[in-house]
Design a protein around this ligand. Sequence first.
Ligand SMILES: O=C(O)CCC(=O)C(=O)O
Ligand SMILES: [Fe+2]
Length: 161
Amino acid sequence: MGDESTFLEQNCLPSTCYLRMNRYPPCPKYSHVFGLMPHTDSDFLTILFQDQVGGLQLVKDGKWISVKPNPEALIVNIGDLFQAWSNGMYKSVEHRVVTNQKMERFSTAYFLCPSYDAVIQSYKERPLYRKFSFREYRQQVQDDVKDFGHKIGLPRFLIRS
Ligand SMILES: O=C(O)CCC(=O)C(=O)O
Ligand SMILES: [Fe+2]
């Protein structure tokens, strides 16, 4: 994976990263419906902008907490690849979006991804995860969603000792 200090800028290029714009319509009837189901992002980092409506929640110390909307600020979330690369030192944050009964909500997410051929591995003496290419990771996530109805993610790549 080369020099750790330049890994992200060498591998996450404008052509491999992508931007997603999300619109969450108001959901008057079903307060238990999620705008976005609980998940972790399958990338290195996600840079997120949410408008003033709010609704983003993340898991902290085992509890769901709301991220206070601040349209002046960007939120930086750690993704699965960062967790594997840092050998679990940084954790991919589980997050979700709850719906608002009255207001429409917008957010914009920029996903820092490497090329599909990039190989993700930790150089720690005892790596927690086996090395994998980003292509392999994406494929595994897709296969698991198809077979089990949800993403399994990094636990698939744990090295059992
Ligand atoms: O809308 C948000 O605040 C979160 C979006 C998100 O988690 C995603 O697009 O993966
Ligand atoms: Fe996300």
